[in-house]
Design a protein around this ligand. Sequence first.
Ligand code: PHE
Length: 451
Amino acid sequence: MAVAASATHEHWSSRAAFIFAAVGSAVGLGNIWKFPYEAGQGGGGAFVLIYLVFVFGIGVPVMIAELSLGRRGQMSPPNSVKKVAIDEGRSPAWQAIGWFGVIGAFLVLSFYSVIAGFALSYMTNTFLGNLSVLDGQASASHFGALTGNFWLVLFWHALFISLTIFVVARGVTKGLEKAVTWLMPALFCLLVFLVVYSLIFGAGAEAVRFLFEPDFSKVTGRVVLEALGQAFFSLSLALGTMLIYGCYLPRDISIPRSALVVASADTGVALLAGLAIFPIVFAYGLEAGQGPGLVFVTLPIAFAQMPGGVIIGGMFFLLLSIAALTSSISLLEPMVSWLEEHKAVDRLKSAILGGGLVFMVGLGSVLSFNHWSDITLFGRTFLGNLDFLTNNIIMPVGGFLIVVFVGWRVSRASMRDELHTISDRQFNIWRAMARYVCPLALLAIFYSVLS
Ligand code: PHE
């Protein structure tokens, strides 16, 4: 295989470093921005219950498969899968799995960075006190004024992607690891503080009831599929991230145990984010089920009214920005690792090249909020189409191919060797999930997308 000498990648320096990085990847806009509004729209507790079943029933087995594949291949996602396929006597075409990852992550990052830019903008404006006099109408028009201004959205997108490039360019241990070991504890402290504040000063009991008492009347087929898509997105699955983070994983670290820790932490943060947001939403009589504007339009109204809202609100958007950054680095990494192997360029150049391309494609998403907001294809804007393509096609097809490949095309012995720390019984349970339960559940998504 024509791979440059730089193909030998760094490894995480400890299990803790890997856990921080993987949790950092998993915890992001998906947990703090998306999960609460999807739960809000999907009937609260009922959505949460279905989501939990998907995270642990499907997400964890897929994560185990993906990390194992990456560690076995020891290269960037496409080359790792190709190497494993050849070693197992299978067609090298299976490397498509890796390509789905690299390209999918690239596309997701191009709009993820734009939304993360909103978080940076809100953080700055809240701390500066610019948002301290909002009512419902003013809040909606502030959001409209930001998104409607092409140059402003572009500026924050450029700033966010530059931060991402900066961290990735410094490498696995000096960049990724160092960033997450500082940022994840900060994120956790901020989150706990906000939850305690909300539960004490907000409508805590109502929020707890909303999040944990299932109301199945709002659950439709769509809501179930949304929960499955959200589980994949939130756990950073099928976009090459877990392949490349697995590649950096030393052999003595238990993959199943790590996957369980990562999934539990990710779910914990999503629930805590709900417990930080909904008590405030209910205390101020705001709408829980109003969709994507929940954190950008609804919450600032509450922050403007509460005492100390400048600090609390600013901290909330700081939290959102940190969570987004530790995810965005993991979205750039699959592509950068591939560029490093193939173009024999160093990390700095790979990161600038990869990040620069992401920035350019992101222009389409920037424009979707303003000059191109009326230009649609299949009834969706540019950003809407990218979101649809990645969430409804690339991620489920990628996830399906991963479990089929690992479950049916990689030998039992190879997988047993990779998952050497668990008992035979645990291994058999995982294998049955990967071979039968996961592929069938994913087929159900396709069916719904196509029908
Ligand atoms: N899991 C991240 C979030 O919840 C998004 C992400 C998806 C990151 C896939 C990497 C890979 O925001």
